[in-house]
Structure formats: C-alpha cells, structure tokens
Design a protein around this ligand. Structure first.
Ligand code: PEP
Ligand code: MN
Length: 276
C-alpha cells in the first residue's frame, strides 16, 4: 500500500473526527435513523425515538441511489429541510448521502456528515468534490472492493484537503444468500493496522436481517469499531426503502440496552486483556 501517503497508519496515531459533540475515534458512536427521509412526521418521530434510546447521531437519505430507476429516489432538497428540522428538534447531528458531484457544496450546508454510498465508493469525481469541502465524510466500502481500493478512495478525499474521513464497513458480495451481504468484521482490526482513520460498521445493509443487527453490532463493538450505523423506522412495514431490515424504535432500544453496558465493560477491562 505504498501509494497511501495520507491514509496509512503513520506511527500508530489515531485520527478523531469531530462532529459537533460526537467524536469518531473515541468511545463508540451510534448513528441511527431511517433509510430514507419520507416525510416530516416519519423523520421526526424516528429521530425523537432514536435520541431517546441513546443514539448520538441521525441518519436519513434525501438522495437514494436505487437499483431500479422506478424506485423511490428520495425527496432531495425537501428531505434535507426535514433533516434540518429533525436536527433542531433533537440536537442530533445528521449524516446524509450525496450522489452527484454537482450537489456536494449545497448539500454540505445541510449535512453534518456527507455519506458516500457503496455504489459510489469509486466515483472519483464525487470523492474529489467532497475532498474540497470541510464537512466530514462517511465513506462506505464498495461492495466489491478490497481494503486497499477502499483506502485509496479515502486517499482521494484526504489529498484534496479534507482530513475528516470516517470509514464504514457495510458488507461485501459473496456467494452467501441468507444474508444480504457478508459483513467483513475482520476489516475492523485490519483497518486499525492499516490506517489512522476511524472505522464504523453498518450491521443493517451487511446482514439485511433484523435478527442479526443486534448480534453484529455487539460483535462490531468487541472487534474494536468506533461506532455503528443502524437503520431504524418508526413503522418499518410502511418504509419506502429497505423495509425488511429496519428496526423498530423498541428493537433499537433493546439493542442499545446491551450495547452501552458492553461498551462500559470493555472500557473497564485492562488494555492488555482487551480483544483489540
Ligand atoms: C444507505 O446507507 O442508505 C445505503 C444506501 O447504504 P449502501 O450504500 O451501503 O448500500
Ligand atoms: Mn438502506
């Protein structure tokens, strides 16, 4: 990985990406919210519920990169305004996806973190554009990408001047069909060796199964991840996107009641006895 001038792990230092009061690279940051912003009521209801359950940050897509051009594509500007409202209502910073280089500068005015989705990981024009703003970027791993390719994409952003990159492992395509993707949890400690950037895990898109989101979130925490990003919807059966994998606020609350004690337990374990 000789071409990684900025993303590689220089002498064991760790980068902390600050998003308001949330610090990626310290503790365990929990991002939660709907796959997409559908309307004001759905977003505010979900945002309030995840905040109550202890989430640190809200997610929600206003621009959706859908496999079919006939599927719901997101509300665009209207969705960003709803996210702004949800942020004011809950105090939670917001991460939202940007899919077009031409939209980066104005979407950055609404977003606390810009998300680059798996399908756009190697959209180099988009990477360069998010590298030119100072809004932090959540860079998801391409579903067919190696760790080296993923890190080179982080390098594109860093080399344009934006040092605030958070990596997100969201599962890769394998022959397995029971899960939507295969969560490569080994990417977490591997990235710890390879880069100074924080790494979070998306247990939702990687498994595609509600029953597996909780167990893999706990596994991500134990593997040394800096956080998770989880899809939660106030009424999953009505969701316009990814309805089968969204947790209800109640399920999310139950999961959080396991995550925080495990986080505190691991923090209290002497460093020499910790898994990572
Ligand atoms: C998402 O997080 O909403 C999303 C579309 O994820 P991915 O790009 O990982 O499929
Ligand atoms: Mn989704």
């Amino acid at each position: 990985m000789k071409d990684l001038k900025l993303a590689s792990n220089g002498r064991g230092r760790r980068t902390v990406v600050h998003v308001g009061d949330v610090n990626f690279g310290e503790g365990f940051c929990v991002i939660a919210g709907p796959c997409s912003v559908e309307n004001e009521r759905q977003t505010l209801e979900t945002a309030t519920a995840v905040k109550k359950a202890g989430a640190d940050m809200l997610r929600g897509g206003a621009f959706k990169p859908r496999s079919s051009p006939y599927s719901f594509q997101g509300l665009g500007l209207e969705g960003l305004k709803i996210l702004d409202l949800a942020r004011k209502e809950t105090g939670l910073p917001v991460v939202t996806e940007v899919i077009d280089p031409r939209d980066v500068s104005w979407v950055a005015e609404f977003a606390d973190v810009l998300q680059i989705g798996t399908r756009n990981m190697q959209n180099f024009a988009l990477l360069k554009e998010v590298g030119r703003v100072d809004t932090p970027v959540l860079l998801k791993r391409g579903m067919y990408s190696t760790l080296e390719e993923w890190l080179n994409c982080a390098e594109y952003i860093l080399s344009e001047g934006n040092p605030n990159v958070i990596l997100c492992e969201r599962g890769i395509r394998t022959f397995e069909r029971y899960t939507r993707n295969t969560l490569d949890l080994s990417a977490v400690p591997a990235m710890r060796e390879l880069t100074h950037l924080p790494v979070v895990v998306d247990p939702t898109h990687s498994t595609g199964r509600i029953s597996l989101v909780g167990p893999m979130s706990l596994a991500a925490l134990t593997a040394g991840a800096d956080g998770i990003m989880v899809e939660v919807h106030c009424r999953p059966q009505e969701a316009l996107c990814d309805a089968d994998q969204a947790l209800t606020p109640e399920q999310f609350g139950q999961m959080m009641s396991k995550i925080r004690p495990l986080q505190h337990f691991l923090a209290a374990v002497p460093e020499t006895l910790r898994p990572t």
